[in-house]
Ligand binder design. Sequence first.
Ligand SMILES: [Zn+2]
Length: 210
Amino acid sequence: MELTPGVHLLESTRGSFCYLVLGDEPVLIDTGMPGRADKILEELARIGLQPRDLAHILISHHDVDHIGNAKALQEATSATVWAPAADLPYIRGERRRPGVRRAIGLFYRPPAPRVDQVYAPGTRIGNIEVIPTPGHTPGHVSFLRGDVLFAGDLVTTRGGRLLPSPGILTTDPAALRQSLREVGRLSFDWVCPAHGRPVRRGNLWDALVR
Ligand SMILES: [Zn+2]
């Protein structure tokens, strides 16, 4: 589904949505649940994007439903894979995920991609700005492109409502609250989460930071 010009929600990634941002350097935001790489590539082709055309894969954080197809998509394309430095040990499988993530990790062990670049303060990739939003995980980042915020798991949506990412999966609640406050100061119209469908911001963000 084309949300705004050049911004596509990939329906094949239902459960943990990925987004495609077209432009001089097409960008895939997150890679979804493991085992969906072929479906993702088919959907990109329907949009008119061949594997060699994908320039960047941006990973928001280390969770398995976000890195699930990173390695397969990296191998199928020539995209540069970006990830947060603080989440690298988990992405690479060098450190076991804590808490409930350990249990999830027993069922899903996506192969690790080769991370080509890590985000630095102020990183821009094409016309996408990287916004550090720690809390859900130590390195979690969100992305701003024009009036669209790609929130990863900073927030979720349900029935048109906006909710913070679930407490049970929050690594650092105070950092999450601070991230929500800081993002709230930015200007954007659309909120695109991984879990739940995009919503117009309206005054929904205000309820998150009260
Ligand atoms: Zn997720």
